[in-house]
Design a protein around this ligand. Structure first.
Ligand SMILES: [Zn+2]
Length: 285
């Protein structure tokens, strides 16, 4: 055995000796009740926690921080209650535009909404979205809500049976994803012609089961009550149907034929604002 190897052996024996001593010492401590109490790691942890608690958490600085946090939480809660109370008395207007997106009217409507910082909801036709995908993208990018209004707007077909109706929703959903990205999702739905009459109950039930939420309207500007209705007529129809309702969902159309809806939009927004309405969009999900 070389000198180096002997040294190594010596060191190794020394280490083994120390380890044996430690094991023996623990064994003895465990036999003596007062030591075994401290060899219990849970007991030490609990004791330590108590110590730390006494030293740190009960210090005046921490106590003051605790009080500050408590006061802040109370302030936030009070602010939330004030906001809820304000919301209860608020007048809300949801502008909704059906049958687009169109080539000429929709971009003009988007310009006016942007200038006035007003959010709106567009119930689009799949067939129109296919024709004007860039406009649909703009509607989405400018923060407005997009909802379903069928693909074809062909009453005979979509109301022929619920399968046809649902197939058009599915087709339009696929289109939305193709144009706006896979992550886009909307469950907003407006029935062409509105969800009125017993005949549509079954359609509504199936659509609801599939997660769609149907929205009718309780005010309108009358732009579908004839061709090229004057801006005066549209504004008066809006005023009379809004009345003194607290929350209004206003039906309008953004097809290219509805040029006077575009023309009267600024006055319509002004009228609603002057009468205390705040503008909101219907939530997509
Ligand atoms: Zn429509």
């Amino acid at each position: 055995m070389s000198r180096g190897e002997k040294e190594k052996m010596k060191r190794m024996r020394k280490r083994i000796g120390i380890v044996v001593l430690i094991i023996l010492a623990f064994g003895i401590f465990n036999l003596i009740p007062s030591f075994s109490k401290y060899s219990n790691s849970a007991a030490i942890t609990a004791n330590e926690m108590e110590l730390i608690d006494g030293m740190i958490f009960k210090s005046p600085v921490i106590k003051r921080l605790e009080i500050d946090l408590d006061n802040r939480a109370k302030e936030i809660e009070a602010e939330k209650q004030r906001q809820l109370e304000l919301d209860k008395n608020k007048k809300i207007a949801y502008l909704t535009f059906d049958d687009g997106p169109s080539l000429k009217s929709t971009p003009k409507i988007l310009d006016i909404l942007k200038e006035n910082d007003v959010p709106a909801t567009f119930f689009v036709l799949g067939s129109m979205a296919e024709r004007n995908p860039e406009t649909l993208k703009r509607v989405h990018e400018e923060g407005h809500s997009i909802g379903h209004h069928s693909y074809s707007h062909n009453y005979n077909y979509i109301y022929g049976n619920p399968n046809n109706f649902m197939a058009e929703l599915k087709k339009t959903d696929d289109l939305f994803k193709r144009i706006l990205g896979e992550d886009f999702n909307t469950n907003l739905l407006r029935f062409p012609g509105g969800q009125f009459g017993a005949k549509k109950n079954e359609y509504a039930r199936i659509a609801k089961k599939e997660g769609y939420i149907s929205h009718n309207w309780n005010a309108l500007n009358g732009d579908s009550e004839g061709h090229n209705m004057s801006t005066n007529f549209l504004l008066n129809r809006l005023k009379s149907t809004v009345g003194n309702q607290k929350e209004v969902v206003i039906l309008m159309h953004d097809t290219d034929a509805k040029a006077t809806t575009v023309k009267s939009l600024q006055s319509s927004i002004d009228f609603l604002r002057n009468n205390g309405y705040e503008f909101r969009r219907l939530p997509e999900n």
